[in-house]
Write a protein that binds this ligand. Structure first.
Ligand SMILES: Cc1cc2nc3c(=O)[nH]c(=O)nc-3n(C[C@H](O)[C@H](O)[C@H](O)COP(=O)(O)OP(=O)(O)OC[C@H]3O[C@@H](n4cnc5c(N)ncnc54)[C@H](O)[C@@H]3O)c2cc1C
Length: 411
């Protein structure tokens, strides 16, 4: 077994991998390197609770307690950039000139937000990926009244909800013909559009920014394609992310829209693994960006490194929180499938429902649940067990879904 494992990236994937290696009984050296300074924070709250918090108790957002690293005998080298890999010497080079030999190297370098060239560098313009971004945005909110969010994906909408709750007037600009167009069913898009409108968020859907307006190097608003101007003091650019491939490129690792890995998260270079947002599993249509995926891929790499059987596969899951609504989703909505079909199922709680999406050959592919934890749980079980309840039955709230799952479980 390997004596030294180096993990680049101390976020959800990297830390889960270290934790899982120890849980698997690995007793050698584990060193995690991250360019960010300080104890790593969780990412999901950065657009939600962290952004709305007053900063007095940020310790509650720590990914692991500070004593966790020592307790698990895991070294954290923070504030250090890994700049290149020498795959022949099996050595990682850091920006401080130090060199670190490894037996196995795990790349958990995540992703970097896409920027809008016209807005980059202006005062009042933000992206949101890491704690530093969230600190800066939170600091900038104080005393401001109007914000624009470009991008109606989950992060853009969560930030819009948080800023609205903090008292700002927010306008969201989305170029597609609906919110969440890349990831969600049309029913979920409509639900969140109505939710945001009911909180007076301005939605500009199917709209493009013609110009970013500025004065003396500071953002002052946007002009849309149809000529309308929206004045604002803050801009959040939420137009997606790109995998952080710099380090992989230095080692000549094969990559496309992510570091290409096999089912064990092994890259094209022996003894180098990739996990989390940066990894693209061979044959998969897309990279998954979620905490669950970070943990699952970390567990797979840790099993491979320790020579253990692969953990069983479960449907990927994700959540989002906007205003007082929690969305839980499992599976991937098969938006490109020619057989795509969505079926609404009423939930047990007031205002609760789930959307069941079917893809190729009528197979259940995803369940998105709003204010409906029971619908989510049963949907996730169906996906994990490979069950595909009849869409016509699903639409009927009296259909005994629990019984259906229990019967499927026994088979
Ligand atoms: C604002 C926000 C809200 C989110 N909300 C949700 C949610 O509600 N639910 C959900 O499931 N998911 C959510 N996500 C997605 C989830 O947080 C990501 O999928 C997860 O963080 C991916 O983890 P990762 O470790 O792969 O990458 P990252 O979190 O991107 O971490 C990568 C780390 O690698 C470091 N790094 C990169 N290159 C180097 C280098 N060369 N040298 C040193 N260090 C390096 C970076 O500094 C970073 O710390 C959210 C993400 C964000 C940004």
């Amino acid at each position: 077994m390997a004596d030294q494992i180096i993990i680049v990236g101390a976020s959800h994937a990297g830390i889960s991998c270290a934790e899982q290696l120890r849980a698997n009984g690995y007793a050698g050296r584990i060193c995690i390197i991250d360019r960010l300074v300080g104890a790593p924070l969780e990412r999901p709250p950065l657009s939600k609770a962290f952004l709305q918090a007053d900063g007095q108790d940020d310790a509650k957002f720590l990914l692991r307690r500070p004593d966790w690293f020592a307790a698990h005998d895991i070294e954290l080298l923070d504030g250090r950039d890994a700049v290149s890999v020498d795959q022949l010497q099996k050595q990682l080079n850091l920006d401080d000139g130090s060199q670190h030999g490894y037996d196995k190297l795990v790349l958990a370098t995540g992703a970097v937000p896409r920027q809008l060239a016209a807005a980059a560098g202006l005062d009042g313009v933000f992206v949101l990926r890491h704690p530093d971004d969230a600190h800066a945005l939170r600091k900038a909110v104080s005393g401001r009244q109007q914000a624009v969010v470009i991008g109606g994906g989950y992060i853009g909408l969560e930030v819009a909800a948080s800023l609205t709750k903090l008292g700002l007037r927010v306008d969201v600009i989305e170029m597609a013909d609906r919110l969440l167009a890349r990831v969600a069913s049309p029913q979920i898009s409509s639900f969140f559009a109505e939710l945001h409108q009911s909180h007076d968020v301005g939605l500009h859907i199917g709209a493009n920014c013609r110009e970013i307006l500025q004065k003396d190097g500071a953002f002052t608003g946007v002009q849309l394609d149809d000529g309308r101007q929206i004045a604002a003091e803050l801009l959040l650019v939420g137009i997606g992310v790109l995998p952080d491939l710099d380090l992989a490129a230095s080692a000549g690792i094969e990559a496309g829209n992510g570091i290409l890995v096999d089912a064990m998260m092994q890259s094209s270079v022996q003894d180098i693994f990739a996990i989390g947002d940066v990894a693209l599993i061979d044959g998969a249509a897309l990279r998954i960006e979620s905490v669950d995926n970070a943990q699952m891929t970390a567990a797979r790499a840790a099993a491979a490194i320790c020579g253990l059987a692969q953990p069983s596969m479960a449907a990927p899951w994700f959540w989002s929180e906007q205003f007082d609504v929690r969305l839980q989703s499992a599976g991937i909505v098969p938006l490109a499938s020619p057989d795509l079909r969505h079926q609404l199922r009423p939930g047990k709680r007031e205002g609760g429902f789930s959307v069941w999406s079917y893809g190729d050959k009528g197979k259940l592919a995803a369940v998105e649940a709003v204010r409906d934890p029971a619908g989510y749980m049963l949907g996730k079980k169906c996906l994990d067990l490979g069950l595909s309840p009849d869409p016509n039955a699903i639409g009927n709230g009296d259909f005994d879904l629990k019984g259906f799952v229990a019967a499927g479980n026994k088979k």
